[in-house]
Design a protein around this ligand. Structure first.
Ligand code: HEC
Ligand code: HEC
Length: 515
């Protein structure tokens, strides 16, 4: 079986990449294996990189080490034979599969560590680097590293959005703003084929993790409190839509997302078959992802309840502070008993205490948030508004937003965003009312939710991600601007002048490293 799998893996690679690359890929696995002690008991040494069409068996429990410990994927109903499975097979013409950008070792997202290892192993020939969206722009010379710098440096995939905006089903949206390209370093927002005049805008975003989907699809309110309107329903099934998918929520169901992914990332000309779509959806709904081991040892030990098994066994009904507190999983680590102290190392004890403090800081340490459209505008809380992290990241066990989670944190819009010379810069001019905080003209790298709604008040709003599996999938934020967990905390500290102490920062980092 093993040998058969390997032969198949080789033929698939040879088919898509050319003969000599199988060797390169193997070298890449070794390279990574030495960087992080190799895979785990359960995963039993499965190579980190899952290439399309390898026909491996996806075990029920699969562990991969990362710089903070070990991530575990838990597949309900596993093991799964991936041979012939549309999530794992190159079902389009470009040699990629869904798994190309949603890798188990990377928390079902894609880390820049993996991207770089894959570049080195294949000399840039891996289908991941396909010209369409795995390069800064298809018009650039594809053999050069510089043409893929956004993917290599910050894990960014090019996303094409129609201009003027249109919904996934093609229905047009009349925007209340105009858009101009101030700077186009990659050539994908100007010229005959690209840019607003050509009817298409390119933005660059991180792959979002696939997993723990029952939480992302859960509906907390039948109203979108940020827009003050009823939540939309899925016309096919009648269920309320959570509004928590994709950075700009351009699709609201896994089904629609798949058509989007198929026609863009996989280059499919035909719509995905119903059978494939059902199999992918079933996989997406069955996979749970979380860090399983970290600086304090197992995360479901000593009374704590971290790890993917808890996610599988819990229901997303408990919302924020109303029920179980956000990151209450680690409350037991606030007071570690004598027995546990005796069996753990002093470092593990200290780390557990730090995680427990981090959870409290996340819930209780408040600061003034200002000019965060989506929170300080529509919801009637006032501006500024005193919050803790959990105000926005309020879903128990997940840390995304129970309400449809589009908030402007400033990550993609000036003056708050980090400055990037390698991203396109757009000038938005509001045609009716000015934006409540930025005024009539806004400079942004990615208008985010506004590309879906067509409203200038939504410029810069990005859908909150889940906070699970963070340790495995740096960098963070939709534009990859935070290279590690410290950079995430530093961003908040700067953006809202919080004044965290070094210890508070470290406690938050340690908390996030075990989610
Ligand atoms: C080339 C890389 C790439 C490939 C291949 C790819 N994706 Fe993605 N995926 C992304 C990116 C980038 C995003 C985030 C897009 C955004 O936010 O605008 C994403 C987002 C998603 C999301 C939304 C998750 C969330 O929390 O919002 C799902 C679900 C998903 N992809 C499923 C798939 C499926 C199914 C396939 C195969 C049919 C696939 N992807 C193939 C890059 C990829
Ligand atoms: C005002 C609402 C708000 C508050 C308060 C808030 N966040 Fe966020 N958070 C967001 C939004 C919106 C995003 C998505 C931004 C993006 O991707 O560009 C986000 C993204 C993140 C991410 C990135 C996840 C990923 O997958 O890349 C992390 C980690 C995070 N927040 C941690 C925190 C921490 C720690 C705090 C407290 C210091 C906090 N957040 C407070 C709204 C908030």
């Amino acid at each position: 079986m093993q040998a058969q799998n390997r032969t198949k893996a080789r033929t698939m690679r040879e088919r898509t990449l050319g003969g000599n690359l199988a060797l390169g890929a193997a070298a890449g696995a070794v390279l990574l294996a030495s960087a992080y002690a190799s895979a785990s008991e359960e995963g039993d040494g499965l190579d980190r990189w899952w290439a399309p069409g390898e026909g491996r068996t996806f075990p029920e429990l699969l562990d991969y080490d990362n710089e903070h410990g070990t991530l575990r994927t838990l597949l309900v109903g596993g093991p799964l034979e991936t041979d012939g499975h549309p999530f794992f097979e190159p079902i389009g013409p470009n040699g990629r599969a869904c798994v190309t950008c949603h890798q188990p070792a990377d928390g079902m997202s894609l880390s820049t560590a993996s991207v770089r290892a894959q570049w080195d192993a294949t000399g840039g020939a891996d289908p991941l680097f396909a010209a369409y969206d795995g390069s800064n722009c298809p018009t650039l010379p594809q053999g050069e590293r510089a043409s893929h710098s956004l993917l290599l440096d910050r894990g960014l995939i090019r996303i094409e959005r129609p201009w003027p905006p249109a919904q996934w089903n093609g229905a047009g949206v009349e925007p209340d703003f105009a858009i101009e390209v101030v700077r186009d370093p990659n050539g994908c927002n100007s010229g005959a084929e690209y840019g607003p005049e050509a009817g298409v805008i390119s933005v660059y975003r991180r792959p979002r993790p696939i997993g723990n989907m029952k939480y992302l699809l859960a509906v907390g309110f039948d109203l979108d409190p940020k827009q003050g309107v009823a939540l939309p329903r899925d016309p096919e099934t009648g269920v309320y839509l959570s509004g928590n998918l994709m950075a700009d929520n351009r699709v609201s169901t896994l089904r629609d997302q798949m058509f989007d992914a198929g026609s863009t990332h996989l280059g499919m000309l035909d719509r995905m078959s119903d059978e494939d779509r059902h199999r992918i959806e079933a996989f997406e709904l069955s996979i749970f992802v979380a860090q399983q081991r970290g600086g304090g040892g197992e995360v479901d030990d000593g009374g704590a309840t971290g790890g993917p098994a808890t996610l599988r066994d819990s229901e997303p009904g408990e919302l924020g502070a109303l029920g179980f507190p956000v990151w209450g999983e680690f409350a037991a680590w606030e007071e570690i008993d004598e027995e546990d102290r005796a069996r753990l190392t002093p470092e593990e004890v200290a780390f557990r205490e730090s995680v427990a403090r981090g959870a409290r800081i996340f819930r209780e340490r408040t600061f003034l948030v200002s000019d965060a459209a989506g929170l300080t505008t529509q919801m009637g809380f006032g501006n500024p508004f005193r919050v803790a992290c959990k105000m926005c990241h309020n879903m128990t066990r997940m840390g995304n937003d129970v309400a449809p989670g589009q908030v402007d944190l400033g990550t993609t819009t000036l003056p708050f965003a980090d400055h990037f010379d390698d991203l396109p810069l757009f000038r938005i001019t509001c045609l009716n009312d000015p934006h409540p905080y930025y005024g009539r003209q806004i400079l942004t790298y990615d208008p985010g939710f506004a590309l879906t709604t067509g409203r200038c008040a939504d410029v810069g709003k990005i859908t909150l991600q889940s906070m699970r599996g963070l340790a495995a999938r740096a960098p963070y934020f939709s534009n990859g601007s935070a290279q590690d967990l410290h950079a995430v905390v530093d961003y908040y500290d700067r953006r809202y002048n919080i004044g965290y102490s070094e210890q508070e920062k470290q406690d938050l980092v340690n908390l996030m490293s075990v989610l």
